[in-house]
Design a protein around this ligand. Structure first.
Ligand SMILES: CC(C)(COP(=O)(O)OP(=O)(O)OC[C@H]1O[C@@H](n2cnc3c(N)ncnc32)[C@H](O)[C@@H]1OP(=O)(O)O)[C@@H](O)C(=O)NCCC(=O)NCCS
Length: 160
């Protein structure tokens, strides 16, 4: 992607099943364990899902978030922004959209897990009001087989 296209306007859109392949493709560039497009589609189609994509003109997907709501709690299952469009406010846009959607769906608290070493994501979550709610020992398996702790983060959702 050129610099010019990476600065094109980014829209925040509800995910549709046809986005599954593109979401899985972005996910595979960011996480060590890729998700199959069919699995992504099932998550998007789940009745409790809140899923958004960040897209350039032509619905070129550069970011995604998939969350689920259960009773009055919501959880972000995955969020990612393509490497060449990171640090342009897209992650924040996806997170703010999820917070708005989960709040509208009557969730009272939003949770997510983040690896201890993931300083970019931890900075984003801190900027969006998340705080530590727990620690999961050896939660993630790294590509070399080593284990890493995760922080469970949470944020209250307040209807205005
Ligand atoms: C985490 C991630 C989604 C952030 O997306 P992004 O679009 O780059 O984030 P934004 O541009 O919206 O950043 C918003 C704020 O988060 C913080 N932040 C984001 N990336 C950062 C980085 N690399 N280093 C430090 N702070 C960072 C900053 O406070 C930033 O605000 P600023 O740019 O005004 O300083 C992206 O880095 C990503 O996809 N990472 C790989 C996948 C991943 O780790 N997902 C989260 C799993 S829990």
């Amino acid at each position: 992607m050129t610099d010019a296209s990476s600065r094109a306007p980014v829209s925040l859109l509800w995910s549709i099943p046809d986005d599954a392949r593109a979401i899985a493709a972005v996910h595979a560039t960011l996480f060590p364990t890729p998700w199959e497009p069919d699995a992504v589609q099932a998550l998007i189609e789940h009745p409790a899902a809140v899923s958004l994509v960040a897209a350039l003109p032509g619905r070129k997907i550069v970011g995604f978030v998939i969350a689920q709501i259960a009773a009055d709690e919501a959880e972000i299952l995955s969020i990612g922004v393509a490497a060449d469009t990171q640090r342009q406010g897209i992650g924040r846009k996806l997170l703010d959209g999820t917070i708005r959607a989960a709040t509208r769906a009557e969730a009272r608290r939003l949770y997510l897990d983040v690896a201890e070493s993931n300083s970019a994501a931890r900075a984003l979550y801190a900027a969006c009001g998340f705080a530590e709610a727990g620690r999961r020992k050896a939660y993630y398996t790294l590509p070399d087989g080593a284990r890493e702790d995760a922080f469970l983060l949470a944020r209250d959702l307040v209807k205005v």
